[in-house]
Design a protein around this ligand. Structure first.
Ligand SMILES: Cc1cc2nc3c(=O)[nH]c(=O)nc-3n(C[C@H](O)[C@H](O)[C@H](O)COP(=O)(O)OP(=O)(O)OC[C@H]3O[C@@H](n4cnc5c(N)ncnc54)[C@H](O)[C@@H]3O)c2cc1C
Length: 463
């Protein structure tokens, strides 16, 4: 059995170990953190995240879909807490859901599954410190004992996250392109516990958003009937991480901007002050493969803003696509790795762009009447042409259409929506013959073709 080293037992490293371990490779996984269990403090990263169709497709391939769905809360739409009241925006047109899950629970379920495979071995508290690419030697330092050790492998996967050490170690190689862009905003997490009665504090099957132009609060449901909220603010400025210095400052902001959340979040001011702000960044790099030996995967290859909820989904999809390439090439690694990079890199770039745009959309536009009208038109076209028109969010979230194809199709569809928006008094006429007539005319003028991938490959065609 060829030995493969995976550095990082996070979400992507754990799933990758299952994919490769199950197909007979000897897998050794190293992580600098202690093993995920009671004694380890919860992740300092976001407490929960959302999974969608492409993440589930990758889990399905290794029989993990049901186990993961069992620890999720389905979420059907957004509830916007606007100053003038609540409004609801469904995520899909047919009750489709995204799934909120605790990051640590998800990681634990994956690690438990990996542990069932006799040829997968884990080493925790081992921090990767050095790499010799020619011999395939990776060095580690134990974070408890300080003992240095090394291992050698034909294939080494960097699944060590956005600030990947392995990527850093190859960063100075000639023709390695790398860019890192930090958002001008950062977030802090705060708890919204279940009510004393044990009930949910808010409608559970929704993500709650309090958009306030330059800042926003977002709440995600947890299976224990609590919500985890994150407050997104600019680093600096009038209302910012820099300006909110005391619990009183935070209380004042909440009273002004999020007054309906105040009674539901008993410790919001303390939570805010006691947590440092977390940055958000986009990392792009190329290549992802070095000497057919070192392979970047997940956030190590493509860190993106969390706004679209795609980072882990895309990382899981990396595992599926890599594995399918391996199968297609009879486990001949050089060809499979080249194909993996060719297929994934443009898609990683596309979702990075989309995530940057979506962040603005969430923060600034979800309360904007023109934006909402656009969404309404998209829903109308989808209703008339369910097989041929899907809005961008649906394609990204409820299908596994490659991100690049979704973006390309969206650009064409956008032109159709723009033309309908030009109709005088469009909002009032939305369900009238005039608007429907133009929709039919425009939809029959353009070809909209993209393959929608289900669990067995491309099936349905969006034309
Ligand atoms: C606020 C926020 C919200 C998010 N929401 C979503 C969402 O809703 N949906 C979604 O799909 N994605 C979401 N994401 C993105 C998602 O969290 C990441 O894409 C995902 O965790 C990437 O997984 P990974 O395994 O590649 O990296 P990580 O999860 O970062 O795991 C990397 C692992 O490598 C280990 N490691 C690091 N350095 C070393 C070293 N030198 N030696 C040994 N081990 C090392 C770490 O300990 C860690 O266990 C969100 C991210 C953030 C920040």
């Amino acid at each position: 059995m060829e030995e493969i080293v995976i550095v990082g037992a996070g979400l992507v490293g754990a799933l990758l170990s299952i994919y490769l371990g199950r197909s007979g490779y000897k897998i050794v996984v190293y992580d600098r953190n202690p093993e995920l269990n009671e004694s380890r403090p919860a992740s300092s990263r976001s407490i929960n995240l959302t999974l969608c169709e492409r993440g589930f497709q990758a889990l399905h391939r290794v029989g993990m879909e049901d186990a993961v769905r069992a620890i999720c809360v389905p979420v059907l739409g957004r509830i916007m807490h606007n100053p003038e009241g609540l409004s609801y925006q469904p995520y899909g047109n047919s009750q489709e859901a995204i799934y909120s899950v605790s990051r640590d629970c998800l990681n634990q379920v994956l690690l438990e599954e990996a542990r069932k495979c006799a040829n997968i071995e884990f080493h925790f508290n081992e921090e990767c410190t050095a790499l010799d690419l020619s011999s395939g030697t990776v060095q580690f330092r134990n974070r408890i004992s300080g003992v240095e050790s090394s291992c050698q492998a034909e294939r080494i996967f960097a699944a060590d996250g956005a600030f990947s050490t392995l990527r850093y170690l190859v960063q100075r190689r000639t023709r390695f392109d790398y860019s890192q862009v930090f958002s001008t905003q950062a977030y802090r997490e705060m708890a919204m516990p279940a009510k004393a009665s044990g009930d949910w504090p808010l409608e559970p099957h929704a993500i709650h958003i309090w958009p306030r132009k330059n800042y926003m609060l977002i709440g995600f449901p947890n299976t224990d009937r609590s919500f985890t909220c994150s407050l997104h603010l600019p680093w600096e400025g009038d209302i910012s991480h820099a300006s909110l210095r005391t619990e009183a400052d935070v209380a004042k902001l909440f009273a002004k901007s999020f007054h309906d959340a105040v009674p539901l979040m008993p410790n919001f001011a303390r939570d805010f002050i006691s947590h440092p702000p977390n940055s958000m960044n986009t990392i792009r790099c190329s290549p992802w493969i070095f000497k057919d030996r070192l392979v970047l995967i997940g956030d190590a290859a493509h860190a993106i803003y969390p706004s679209y909820g795609q980072g882990a989904n895309a990382g899981f999809e990396d595992c599926r696509i890599l594995f399918e390439s391996l199968e297609r090439h009879g486990h001949l690694w050089p060809a499979a790795l080249r194909e993996y990079q060719t297929l994934r890199k443009p898609n990683a770039d596309a979702i990075a762009d989309l995530s940057e745009r979506h962040f603005i959309e969430l923060r600034d536009l979800v309360g904007d009447p023109r934006f909402l009208l656009r969404k309404e038109i998209e829903r109308r076209i989808n209703k008339l042409y369910p097989d041929r028109f899907r809005d961008l969010y649906s394609m990204v979230t409820f299908t596994a259409v490659p991100y690049v194809d979704a973006l390309r199709l969206h650009e064409k569809q956008r032109i159709v929506v723009d033309q309908i928006l030009e109709i005088d008094d469009c909002e009032r006429k939305l369900h009238s013959g005039e608007v429907d007539g133009l929709i039919h005319e425009l939809m029959n003028r353009e070809a909209f073709t993209v393959a929608v991938h289900d669990r067995n490959g491309p099936v349905e065609a969006l034309r």
